[in-house]
Design a protein around this ligand. Sequence first.
Ligand code: 1Q0
Length: 215
Amino acid sequence: SVAADDQKFCLQEVLDTFKLCLTENKEVYLEHYVAGWRGLVKFLSSLGSVFGFISKDAVNKIKILVGYMEGENGSQYVTIQSMVKYELENELVDLTKRGSHPESGSRTLLRLHRALRWLELFLERLRTSSEDSKTSVMCSESYNESLAQHHPWVIRKTAGMAFCVLPGRAAFFEVMNVGTPEQVVAMLGEALPLISEVYQITEELYTQNNMLDLP
Ligand code: 1Q0
């Protein structure tokens, strides 16, 4: 049915939103960044309820950011750069410990930014994987190299258990709904540099402002 087609997940569309992220002078549009995450979360949900605790957190963070974008100071939340500048200048960020701004846009986005590094590592592994590669291994290796360093033991443990029930490579490629494995690999090759650039630009911004460890 038409409705079912609308629902059908296509990874291409999601990765395309990351193309829209960069402005002419290489700032990152918050709107498209958030849209990209929304699509990824949809993909995650299609993998089953075991991943619910992950999508729930991501959805919550997306909601916080959308709240700012649609709020009275929404014009300050057009790009990640303008958001950070605005929140810093107006002392709306808890810099060293949790205080009166536990849910600033800057700290919320930092969590997604760290997860984007995981995504980059994971997709690169998928791209270069062979038929008998295990998605669970690729996923946990990527996680250990990135996000895990920011997570306490309980979360690392729970995440590790969730990775074990990831579908195999073939099934995974199928849910991505892109086409043959060769087409998936080609699409990943196109998408990865874009994701990587968005990541690098954000990383630089947070480094310059000494914000990589926001509580
Ligand atoms: C495909 C398998 C997906 C595996 C996702 C790896 C991420 C694991 C993260 C597990 C932790 C989530 C639970 C909550 C943690 C929070 O404590 C933490 C910190 O926030 P806070 O407020 O407590 O300081 N939150 C985070 O670190 C944010 C985590 C966001 C994860 C968002 C993942 C979205 C999923 C995307 C699936 C993409 C699959 C793409 C595959 C593409 C197809 C090739």
